[in-house]
Design a protein around this ligand. Structure first.
Ligand code: URP
Ligand code: ZN
Ligand code: ZN
Length: 457
């Protein structure tokens, strides 16, 4: 089966060229001009960008959290991702208290059977003991090469420094990457209790009790612990100037220090959490949205390379029936925002606004996450031998984001009414059409688990 993507502008992390792309079965086999190729399927990409499928390395499908479950499962979430130009996600399997990593991972393999796009898995470690450390090595051997630890949420996810240090040493030995939720959960919990006692129960107080200084402190601690353990470390969902400065400081010392940010920290602010009534609950996530002045600094981090990845931290909860669990108490609002469908186009907004160039856009949305998490060069680029995961992106389309038009299984959009440019018009996975003409052509279960290689940074 041969497919030809014809007449477009092929954009990778390093090049922009007018070229055709030839696909044989699941792989890209040639990129060039003037080729005379007979194909079973021809996709006209005239006037469009031909880009690698997006790689979103931070999603939570059906995660149990805050007394509820994230409202997208692997079918609805990956379908929405595909509509938005993302063809590979890396989701977080969760260890429950009292169980080993294996059981948690197997539960996630079960959930992921209905995925419509390719996927990898990280593992969230909630308890560190000798057995868990051994299992970390086993998982690395199976292509689960990254582990998320939490410095926040005491009694739910939080680990102490000794446990974090033990897990880091294990990762250093096996070539795994430690990913950290970096907020200092102890003092934050004291503030939450104080605010509630003072009758401050509205959603905005979620943000006010998790100040940036506690993110900066935690990021600083991560890289000190990682230095002692002799391992790289990666900060997830970095939200603030304070945290970014701690990453910069570590990188300036020569540490393998990495971090991602997310669209919500680039475009939304604590003012959204302070919207009248209970609407601010739609924007409750952790770390919380910051004052708008942090955004410019994050864009600078993306420009200069101190931030390497933009992921979503897609963790959708319905406004009605889920977010309202915290109607009278902000600490009971399930934490997380939906955006797996919007990341590609929202980040392209950074090109439109002059924050980043087109090649850097492709690097941030596909190539760098694939490299960071052991998926490259199979994913994250368009090159002979790579999977034919391709987005034909029309940059001329103007549209308005709305809950009514989206495919994510959630009853609101954080970006309701925002005008954006660009549409992932045709989306291919391993040479097969997933999205075309506004319709979905994939099937539940056709997404494959992609074992990831060890981290080489
Ligand atoms: O608020 C968030 N970020 N929810 C998802 C879980 C996490 O910490 O990533
Ligand atoms: Zn987190
Ligand atoms: Zn997350």
């Amino acid at each position: 089966m041969r497919t030809l993507v014809q007449g477009g502008t092929v954009v990778t992390a390093t090049e922009t060229t007018e070229a055709d792309v030839v696909i044989e079965d699941e792989k890209v086999v040639a990129i060039g001009t003037g080729m005379s190729v007979e194909a079973d399927t021809v996709i006209d990409a005239t006037g469009r960008y031909v880009m690698p499928g997006g790689v979103d390395v931070h999603t939570h499908m059906e995660l149990p959290f805050g007394g509820s479950f994230c409202s997208d499962d692997f079918e609805t979430g990956t379908r929405a991702a595909a509509f938005g130009g993302t063809t590979t996600i890396v989701d977080f399997a969760l260890q429950d208290y009292g169980e080993g990593l294996r059981q948690g991972l197997d539960r996630w393999f079960d959930k992921a059977k209905i995925a419509t796009t390719d996927y990898g898995l990280h593992m969230i470690v909630r308890e560190v003991n000798d057995q868990v450390l051994k299992e970390m090595d086993e998982l690395v051997g199976e292509g689960v090469t990254s582990f998320k630890l939490f410095m926040a949420y005491p009694g739910v996810f939080m680990l102490d420094d000794a446990s974090i240090f033990r897990a880091m040493r294990q990762a250093a030995d096996s070539g795994a990457l430690i990913m950290m939720h970096a907020e200092n959960g102890g003092p934050i919990d004291v503030l939450i209790r104080q605010f509630l006692e003072e009758g401050k129960t509205d959603p905005v107080n979620h943000g006010l009790t998790r100040p940036p200084v506690m993110e900066g402190e935690a990021v600083h601690r991560v890289f000190k612990l990682a230095e002692l353990a002799g391992t790289p470390a990666y900060i997830v969902h970095l939200s603030s100037r304070d945290a970014l400065n701690a990453v910069r400081e570590a990188r300036d010392r020569g540490m393998p220090a990495f971090a991602e940010t997310c669209p919500q920290y680039l475009y939304l602010s604590i003012d959204d959490m302070a919207r009248p009534g209970f609407e601010g609950a739609k924007f409750v996530c952790s770390p919380p949205l910051r004052t708008a002045d942090h955004q410019e600094e994050l864009w600078k981090g993306l420009q200069g390379g101190d931030l390497q990845v933009v992921s979503t931290d897609h963790a959708p909860f319905n406004y009605v029936g889920q977010k309202d669990l915290g109607k009278d108490d902000f600490s009971k609002i399930p934490n997380g925002l939906p955006s797996v469908e919007d990341r590609f186009t929202l980040l392209y907004g950074g090109v439109e606004a002059g924050h980043i160039g087109l090649n850097r856009f492709v690097e941030l949305v596909a190539t760098a996450p694939a490299k960071m998490f052991g998926l490259y060069p199979r994913k994250g680029t368009i090159a002979p031998g790579s999977d034919a995961d391709i987005v034909v992106f029309d940059p001329r389309v103007e549209r308005t984001i709305s809950a009514q038009a989206q495919h994510m299984r959630v009853d609101y959009s954080c970006y309701e009414g925002r005008k954006v440019r660009g549409l992932p018009e045709v989306v291919l996975q391993r040479g097969r059409i997933l999205v075309k003409g506004g319709a979905f052509h994939g099937k539940p279960g056709q997404g494959r688990f992609i074992p990831r290689s060890r981290i080489t940074s």
